[in-house]
Ligand binder design. Structure first.
Ligand SMILES: C[S@@+](CC[C@H](N)C(=O)[O-])C[C@H]1O[C@@H](n2cnc3c(N)ncnc32)[C@H](O)[C@@H]1O
Length: 231
């Protein structure tokens, strides 16, 4: 398996990530032109993890996205269904409670986490609405969700340049740094067909989340959506 198709069959997605696991973080830094670090800082601020809180980092991959919550003193559970990504994560952060699990059938009890978050993962889940409902189920009343995902740049001229970057420049760059460049063709295509900011917000509301809002990062290349589970 080199890349998943856009119908996102779970076994294809998991095996595609198994294949990129070793060089995943390096490739991210290169392809995002350094922006990935800035996006992670903003996710940390939005999640606002505190010592003693339990945080679920879903689709955590190698747990790079989980680090800021651990550093804030929270108990963070990185969960993912790619055993390849989990294995690389466990080698790097042996103390973290890595958990194998599918976003559409989470291996956690109802009302477990103070905060749930997913960075660059939801777009890869075949059943988005089921995953949003599962995230809601495992969140404590009063808890929050933060979703960090590629989105739609708001300024049309910038959007045009960005789409050119995605479709034309990104695949050749990926060929030089990634162990599986085809996976980055999937990345570009899946970003293009992903719902824009208001559409994703409506899906959060449909899954039960309250006070849903979003904030654009890098002009909307990425959006942070947040919501709360009512007390
Ligand atoms: C682009 S990586 C993001 C990893 C990490 N959150 C980060 O920000 O670097 C996407 C991750 O989503 C995981 N994933 C995709 N679909 C999933 C599902 N249905 N259940 C659990 N994990 C899933 C993949 O295995 C992969 O590790």
């Amino acid at each position: 398996m080199t890349r998943a198709s856009l119908d996102k069959q779970p076994h294809e997605v998991a095996s595609m990530f198994d294949g990129v696991a070793k060089r995943y973080d390096l490739t991210n830094d290169v392809l995002s032109l350094g922006q990935a670090r800035l996006w992670r800082k903003e996710v940390a601020k939005a999640v606002d993890a505190r010592p003693g809180q339990k945080v679920l980092d879903l689709a955590a991959g190698t747990a790079t996205s989980s680090q800021p919550f651990a550093e804030a003193g929270a108990y963070v559970v990185p969960c993912d269904f790619s055993l390849g990504m989990l294995r690389v994560g466990k080698e790097r952060h042996p103390w973290m409670p890595f958990t194998a699990g599918d976003a559409t059938k989470l291996p956690f009890k109802d009302d477990t986490f103070d905060a749930v978050t997913i960075s660059f993962g939801l777009r890869n889940v075949q059943a988005t609405d089921t995953a949003l409902a599962e995230l809601y189920r495992v969140t404590k009343p009063g808890g929050r969700v933060v979703i960090c995902e590629f989105s739609r740049p708001v300024w049309a001229p910038f959007r045009t340049v960005y789409m050119e970057y995605l479709m034309k420049a990104l695949p050749p760059v990926a060929r030089t740094v990634s162990s599986n460049p085809d996976a980055y063709v999937y990345l570009a295509e899946s970003i293009q067909e992903w719902p824009d900011q208001p559409a994703l917000a409506s899906r959060l509301v449909k899954a039960g989340w309250s006070d849903v809002a979003w904030r654009n990062l890098t002009g909307g290349v990425v959006a942070l959506h947040r919501g709360f589970k009512r007390d």
